[in-house]
Design a protein around this ligand. Structure first.
Ligand code: FPP
Length: 248
C-alpha cells in the first residue's frame, strides 16, 4: 500500500482525478474546543480551510466540488449557532465572491433557499447569477440541504408536471434534483472520524467512493486532500460490474 502510494507523483494523473468531490466538513466545534475557543472560531477556521480546498481543487483539476455547509437537521442547533452559520455564508459571499468569480468559479446552491433570511437569499441568488458562465470549478454549496427532502421535492415536481409513470426513470429523477446536469460525485469525503452519510447526496452518491479521516475539517489541508485523491485513484471502481470501470 505504502509503495503503491509512493508511486503516485506529486502531479496527479489528470484522467484519473475525480471529476466531482463532495465533502462533509465536520469537526469545527471539536477543533475549537481543543483550543479552548468558542465554536464560532472553529467555523471561521473551517471557512479559511475551505479557501485552501477550493484552490486545491483548481490545482488538481477537480471540476465540481460540493460542500455540506448547513443541513436541514442543523435547524436543531442553538439559535446563536444557526445565526453564526448564516453570517458565515453572508460573509463568504461579501468577501470572497469577486475573487471566486475572477478565478472562474461558478457558485451554485443545493437546498431550500426560502427558509433563509431575505437578504441572504438575495445575495445567494446574485452570486449564482454573477458566476453562472464560469467553468473552471463548479462550487455547490449545500445550505439548508437534506437528501430526503430533495427527493420528496423532486417527486412533488414530477407529479405537478404531470409526468406519466412510464416516463419516470433514473435519468428523469436526476434531472429534478438540485444537481441536475452535473455528474454524480465520484468521491465523498467526511472529516473528523464520523462514519455516516448524514442525509447528504443520498441519490447522487449511490456509487460514490467514500473516504473517512479522523482529521478535523480546519486541519484537512491541501496535503490531506491530495492524500484522499491518491486513495481514490488507487481504488478500482466497478459500479456493480465485474471489470473496473471509468464511469457509471
Ligand atoms: C460541522 O462541524 C460543520 C458545520 C455544521 C458547518 C460547516 C461550515 C463551514 C466549514 C464554514 C463554511 C461555510 C459556508 C457557509 C461556506 P461541527 O460544528 O458539527 O463540529 P463538531 O462535530 O466538532 O461539533
Amino acid at each position: 500500500m505504502e509503495n503503491h502510494q509512493n508511486a503516485i507523483p506529486e502531479e496527479l494523473p489528470p484522467d484519473k482525478v475525480p471529476r466531482h468531490v463532495a465533502i462533509i466538513m465536520d469537526g469545527n466545534g471539536r477543533w475549537a474546543r481543543a483550543r479552548g475557543l468558542p465554536r464560532r472560531a472553529g467555523h471561521e477556521a473551517g471557512t479559511e480551510n475551505l479557501r485552501r480546498i477550493i484552490r486545491a481543487c483548481v490545482e488538481f483539476g477537480v471540476k465540481v466540488l460540493t460542500i455540506y455547509a448547513f443541513s436541514t437537521e442543523n435547524w436543531g442547533r442553538p439559535q446563536w449557532e444557526i445565526r453564526a452559520l448564516m453570517h458565515i455564508l453572508e460573509n463568504v459571499i461579501d468577501r470572497e465572491l469577486d475573487e471566486l468569480h475572477q478565478e472562474g468559479v461558478q457558485l451554485r446552491h443545493l437546498g431550500e433557499l426560502d427558509r433563509l433570511p431575505g437578504n441572504l437569499q438575495r445575495k445567494v441568488r446574485q452570486a449564482i447569477e454573477m458566476t453562472k458562465d464560469n467553468d473552471r470549478l463548479i462550487l455547490n454549496v449545500a445550505f439548508n440541504y437534506g437528501g430526503r427532502d430533495e427527493i420528496v421535492r423532486a417527486i412533488r415536481h414530477i407529479v405537478e408536471d404531470g409526468i406519466p409513470p412510464e416516463d419516470i426513470d433514473e435519468a428523469l429523477v436526476s434531472s429534478y434534483l438540485y444537481t441536475a446536469g452535473l455528474p454524480d460525485p465520484d468521491l465523498i469525503i467526511r472529516t473528523s472520524g464520523e462514519l455516516r452519510i448524514s442525509n447528504f447526496l443520498i441519490w447522487q452518491g449511490a456509487y460514490s467512493e467514500h473516504y473517512y479521516t479522523p482529521t478535523l475539517w480546519p486541519d484537512f489541508d491541501r496535503e490531506e486532500f491530495r492524500k484522499a485523491l491518491v486513495h481514490y485513484i488507487q481504488r478500482e471502481r466497478r459500479f456493480g460490474k465485474l471489470e473496473p470501470q471509468t464511469s457509471g
